[in-house]
Design a protein around this ligand. Sequence first.
Ligand SMILES: [Zn+2]
Ligand SMILES: [Zn+2]
Length: 409
Amino acid sequence: MTNDAALSSEAVALADCLGELVARMRSAEAELGALLVEIEQRGVMELFGYRSAARLLEHLADMPKPATERLIKRARLINPGRNLDGSPIPALAPATGAAARAGRLSNPMIDVITNVLTQVPPEHCASAETNLLAFAEEAGHKQVAALGARILAHLVPDGPAPDDTEPVVPTRELFLRHKRTGVWELSGRFDDETGTRAHALLDALAERRTGDDGPDFRTTPQRYGDAFSDAVDLALNSPDLPMQAGERAHVMVAVSLEDLKSGVGKATLGDTGTMTAAEARVHACDAMIIPAVLGDKSEPLNLGRLRRLISAGLRRALFLRDRGCAFPGCHRPPRHCQGHHIRHWADGGPTDLTNLVLMCAHHHRLLHRSGWEVRIAADGLPEFLPPTFIDRRRKPRRNNLHEPLPFTA
Ligand SMILES: [Zn+2]
Ligand SMILES: [Zn+2]
């Protein structure tokens, strides 16, 4: 009681209360992080239709993007992970995780400790963690960072290994391989001019997306991968391409009508590729490509009966009405868009303006996989209903980004 003698009993009680609440807040945040890591391992896409746990949390909790990214990055370091085959990967800093869940560590403290541990040789990781945690009981994160710097200077005197990758020799080569797993691998070397042009093209297409499905949490390689896919689509749509002037190149997706309706089963893409029937359903939904739909005995069904290819006039009308991806907050212009059937044509939905919405490939997939729904409102314009886990009342949202500004000509 002697230390507290200078403080009134009221101040002591208030300080205790603060300490208690801070510990509960830290503990809850650590639990939240652990839960998100688990959701990530079980599959955010499968569970919620969202591309990442950070994107889901941003949308669900209305937290700014940098905060959700930091939270999940931190949680991954102090919670056990899982390999693709399901086998567990021990946490980098398991004791730090336990202390965090007990509410004893601030976020800067966790970051200081994990930052040191990622640089320490693995055989010294556990003892370094014990030392740092013991010091963290009585010191602030800046002091613990100073101790961490001393540990690193001792264990890793030369710093991280130098990056000795050779500069690329400028030539033009491209390798596109179809792996047995079904994945394609692309690599190549290009002269400076081609590389610069490719970079400019991909840069323009790899911009972060905007939209009401939350901020864009794709990594840089993921954004450039999507940009490459968009670039291929744009090239295939180009009227200058020798193969199919003016029309979208027809990639054949072969799937049975049964599987297409249920979204369960397998489909083949082109000559060799395979995809799930759920994926084929998204492809076949696009009013601008032709799927080959097979009957019971894999005989091609009469495509005339199932014809739902959009006519040039209807396409223009759709472009004029939606002016780009109709998903709330999306900037993508019409040339990046597909025609989504609100009621799938395989289920009898018509190919006309009352049943079509223009959507970019990304939001088209999101719509098929997640709880988002679209409908045409009484005024003839599309509106989107968010899933209940985002808005319990499912208040419809619209995209107003393509609307012309009142003061432009
Ligand atoms: Zn669709
Ligand atoms: Zn979009």
